[in-house]
Write a protein that binds this ligand. Structure first.
Ligand SMILES: [Zn+2]
Length: 317
């Protein structure tokens, strides 16, 4: 039996309802013309035909996409695009990661193939598939995915990039979220922290988990739990936001730590914000909400409640 017939037999064990002549021809091309290793030819054909015969998700709105689906067809605007190099089984690969959005929601993607599109472009994707990443479906654009520029009307880039007021439960459904919530806890490793100058990781003493002994740089942050009555989320407030909320600058924090001979005094001071209601804007990444803007509500909740009560009394009178 020649290589192609052998491969066809293998393929036949895994897929159903396919055109045997067509598959045989494709296997022949891969094995004899392109000299693809037989195993690889078999698995790529199986993948291709499985995609087209099982679990076909078809045309979808982004919010309805789930993990581990294949045959996905969507149209969306590229909101963000970042080229990355990642290591897969010891080999470096160039990929593009980013975020796509339509009127229903957003989804993060990874493109494993040439991706000649830019932020703002509207693209139609056919035969995409999803994997689960940090509890969210992530769209995969691979060898068998077709991409084309599209004309369909999708909200503008500007609209995607302006914050939307949502509840904490909906925080990962929008690109930039605006949430009103109460700080119910300030977590450990808040306050004055030290970071590795190479990778930004928080160091233990002078030790970076990745780079060993380094000369760490001080930074200020709060890791907090936010609660809006419907849900909770862990939020990270970077230096600028922390300073705006607490009124403590990095140099003041360093002074406090120096005077007390102890960095943890800053963390203790940060706990003063527990119980405060804030309006925050930011992006949800994995299980963390990265805050880039903070403000206090125009009315403190107590005053707001009193104001509403007064109005009700007026109406009754
Ligand atoms: Zn490091």
């Amino acid at each position: 039996m020649n290589k192609v017939n052998k491969a066809l037999k293998e393929v036949d064990n895994s897929i159903e309802n396919y055109d045997e002549e067509k598959v045989k021809q494709e296997l022949n091309e891969l094995i004899n013309q392109y000299k693809v290793p037989v195993d690889q030819a078999i698995s790529s054909i199986i993948r291709k035909y499985q995609d087209s015969t099982t679990n076909r998700a078809g045309k979808k709105q982004i919010k309805n996409i789930e993990s581990d689906e294949s045959g996905i067809e969507i149209t969306g605007r590229i909101i963000r695009k970042t080229p990355r190099t990642i290591e897969v089984e010891g080999e470096e690969r160039d990929v593009v990661s980013g975020t796509l959005g339509d009127e229903s929601g957003i989804i993060n993607f990874t493109a494993w193939i040439d991706f000649p599109y830019e932020e703002g472009d509207v693209i139609q994707i056919r035969n995409g598939y999803t994997r689960e990443w940090q509890n969210q479906p992530e769209l995969q654009i691979g060898d068998y995915t077709d991409i084309a520029q599209a004309e369909e009307s999708v909200p503008s880039l500007e609209k995607f990039k302006s914050p939307k007021k949502v509840t904490i439960q909906e925080i990962d459904k929008v690109y930039l979220a605006k949430v009103e919530a109460t700080i119910i806890d300030v977590l450990e490793r808040s306050g004055l922290i030290m970071r590795c100058p190479e990778c930004n990781r928080v160091t233990k003493g002078n030790e970076c988990q990745e780079h060993g002994e380094v000369e760490p740089e001080p930074d200020l942050r709060i890791k907090a739990i936010l609660d809006d009555g419907l849900g909770t989320v862990q939020a990270t407030l970077p230096q600028e936001v922390t300073q705006k909320l607490t009124g403590i600058s990095l140099s003041e924090a360093k002074e406090m730590a120096r005077d007390a001979l102890d960095r943890s005094v800053v963390e203790e001071e940060m706990k003063e914000v527990i119980g405060e209601t804030v309006i925050v804007k930011g992006r949800s990444i994995g299980n963390n909400f990265l805050v880039n803007e903070i403000e206090k509500p125009q009315w403190a909740p107590k005053e707001k409640a009193k104001q509403i009560l007064d109005k009700l009394k007026e109406m009754e009178a």
